[in-house]
Design a protein around this ligand. Structure first.
Ligand SMILES: *[C@@H]1O[C@H](CO)[C@@H](O)[C@H](O)[C@H]1NC(C)=O
Ligand SMILES: *[C@@H]1O[C@H](CO)[C@@H](O)[C@H](O)[C@H]1NC(C)=O
Ligand SMILES: *[C@@H]1O[C@H](CO)[C@@H](O)[C@H](O)[C@H]1NC(C)=O
Ligand SMILES: *[C@@H]1O[C@H](CO)[C@@H](O)[C@H](O)[C@H]1NC(C)=O
Length: 352
């Protein structure tokens, strides 16, 4: 649904009128039918193929002033994300966004099992665009359940630990410094893959500690694994008006883990999912998911893919970053066809 602004506005107004009904319906123990936008109670008599039984999935889309913009993410945010893969992020920024300056890059040991597993992140600023950026690169980790996060829900322990290593390893101090220097600047928080999960947790930490207001932040995540429980996802969805997590076709990463079998809870993405069920070439369509997460939008897909995780916006992000994000993107298109998929054997509700 790559909608025109006018269509967006109409849709938003329409959903605003019906959304209340959906929440009320669920509170009353009913189900909300998406086919006719009607509350169908909890009777099994009434047939409705597509209905919502969780408030987080009551239909809505972001307000017009926070609308998703493909070109913005493709040409401005992607280089900020790719730069986090380099020891010298400035190389990518110089080639793509010359007014943006990397401030400091921080690395941390992000594994209790291996001493050489590092995650990293950098802060930067752009006096022309009036913004501060934070871009995080994750590593890999073993899922060991969830832990409480302030009083807003639970987050995956491994990502929380990685977040703390990076944050208290200097990233937090650097951001404090930049916010003090540029108190009026907008803040972008970005990441790719596990770095996206760390970015999501960081955005929540900054809001909950009063470092910045969620209305002053743009959260943009690519291929983000699930890392939060229902309560956290609901809290984040209600408080961050500009937060998008983008999913490329059958990318496996955003669809795991489905269920945390240590704490026996389902995990949910906060809003708002943007799903490109194609190669993400320039002009390709996408869906702004009106529901937050399972069982809607991309999570309906069963056959998942690893190559789709490597390629976002029709770019091989790692190779492009390794070469310093050259202006000419042509040489960094995916080498093998996106649709050569590797079936990822995920047992949905047992092991993660
Ligand atoms: C189903 O609806 C009835 C009447 O509306 C209500 O009393 C009952 O608690 C509901 N059951 C569930 C499981 O929500
Ligand atoms: C990470 O671990 C290595 C090996 O244990 C150690 O030499 C290094 O100082 C650690 N780095 C940080 C930032 O803690
Ligand atoms: C999760 O479920 C398993 C299997 O039913 C049970 O052994 C385990 O104690 C449960 N864990 C928690 C934290 O409730
Ligand atoms: C994935 O599954 C769908 C439906 O079962 C099928 O149409 C599609 O061809 C599959 N795609 C790949 C790449 O395996």
């Amino acid at each position: 649904m790559p909608a025109s602004p006018a269509a967006y506005l109409l849709l938003h107004l329409f959903l605003r009128l019906t959304a209340k009904t959906c929440y009320e319906c669920l509170i009353d123990g009913g189900q909300f039918c998406l086919e006719n936008n009607k509350c169908i109670g909890n009777s099994t008599e009434i047939k409705c193929e597509k209905s919502v039984d969780l408030s987080i999935n009551c239909p809505s889309v972001p307000a017009l002033q926070y609308a998703y913009d493909d070109e913005f993410v493709r040409y401005t945010v992607l280089p900020v994300i790719a730069a986090a893969r380099r020891p010298d992020p400035q190389v990518c920024l110089d080639n793509q966004l010359p007014t943006m300056k990397a401030f400091k890059r921080r690395e941390a040991n992000c594994s209790s099992l291996f001493s050489d597993v590092k995650c990293a992140g950098y802060t930067g600023y752009d006096e022309t665009r009036k913004l501060i950026v934070l871009s995080i690169r994750g590593s890999h980790g073993v899922h060991h359940g969830t832990i409480p996060f302030f009083d807003v829900g639970r987050v995956t322990k491994v990502f929380h630990d990685n977040f703390e290593s990076l944050w208290f390893g200097g990233l937090g101090e650097d951001l404090h410094h930049l916010i003090k220097t540029y108190p009026d600047f907008e803040i972008w928080i970005t990441g790719y893959s596990m770095g996206a999960s760390l970015a999501l947790i960081t955005s929540a930490y900054m809001a909950l500690t009063g470092m910045s207001h969620p209305h002053n932040m743009k959260v943009i995540l690519l291929g983000c694994p699930r890392c939060t429980d229902y309560q956290f996802a609901m809290w984040h969805s209600m408080n961050f008006p500009y937060s998008y997590h983008i999913i490329h076709a059958h990318d496996y990463a955003p669809r795991v883990p489905f269920f945390d079998n240590i704490d026996n809870i389902s995990l949910y993405h906060p809003r708002t999912e943007v799903w490109y069920n194609n190669e993400m070439k320039e002009g390709d369509g996408y869906i702004i998911c009106e529901q937050a997460d399972q069982p809607f939008c991309s999570s309906q897909i069963q056959n998942l893919s690893t190559p789709d995780h490597m390629h976002y916006f029709n770019m091989d992000i790692t190779r492009w970053a390794d070469h310093g994000c050259p202006k000419n993107r042509e040489d960094f298109k995916p080498i093998f066809g996106t649709h050569q998929r590797i079936i990822f054997e995920e047992e949905k509700d047992s092991k993660n």
